[in-house]
Design a protein around this ligand. Structure first.
Ligand SMILES: [Zn+2]
Length: 182
């Protein structure tokens, strides 16, 4: 078995119920998800005494997200972390981003973990990532539904992001113009 040790620590081993050195290991797993064979890294604990792999609390969920992210990558969908990073770019809460997009209140929370987003929602998130002006439009439309202090913070972030991305766009256009006008 392909097993990589990532950490070793002395603690109560919940496999044999004794205190000893327990290893945290990464194991390459292969499983079928949505009719596709997916390879992903799963995290386990390893007990040398019983020669057994076992999961601790949290690892079931962590491994489930790891599988879903490997599937997302194979389908060219955003990973849970990329979705989280897009949201953090605007400093917006999971709940408020759902309000802006007109999605159910827990949608983003689920997409940032185990639930694979559908392609239409994936495209919307990619657009939000690239288009601060659109974010600002959506924010205006939802103004009444959001706390005034949060609204101000989101707006500030999006405006500064819009300014820096429009500078980048102007530079790209200038470079393009320079390259064709020779
Ligand atoms: Zn043990």
């Amino acid at each position: 078995m392909d097993m990589k040790i990532v950490k070793t620590e002395t603690k109560l081993c919940t496999c044999c119920m004794e205190e000893h050195e327990v290893k945290t290991v990464l194991v390459k797993e292969k499983t079928t998800y949505k009719k596709k064979i997916i390879e992903y890294n799963a995290t386990y604990m390893f007990c040398d005494k019983a020669n057994e792999l076992y999961m601790e609390e949290g690892q079931i969920q962590e491994n489930d997200i790891s599988l879903k992210d490997a599937y997302r990558i194979s389908e060219k969908l955003l990973t849970s972390k990329q979705i989280c990073d897009i949201r953090k770019k605007y400093g917006i809460s999971q709940k408020d981003l759902c309000i802006l997009l007109g999605w159910g209140g827990k949608t983003i929370t689920r997409y940032e973990s185990h639930q694979v987003q559908d392609r239409a929602h994936d495209m919307i998130l990619k657009k939000i990532d690239q288009d601060p002006e659109w974010f600002l439009e959506l924010l205006e439309e939802s103004k009444e539904k959001i706390q005034p202090s949060s609204y101000d913070n989101y707006k500030k972030k999006a405006v500064s992001f819009a300014l820096s991305s429009s500078k980048e766009r102007i530079l790209k256009i200038k470079a393009f113009v320079a390259s064709v006008s020779v």
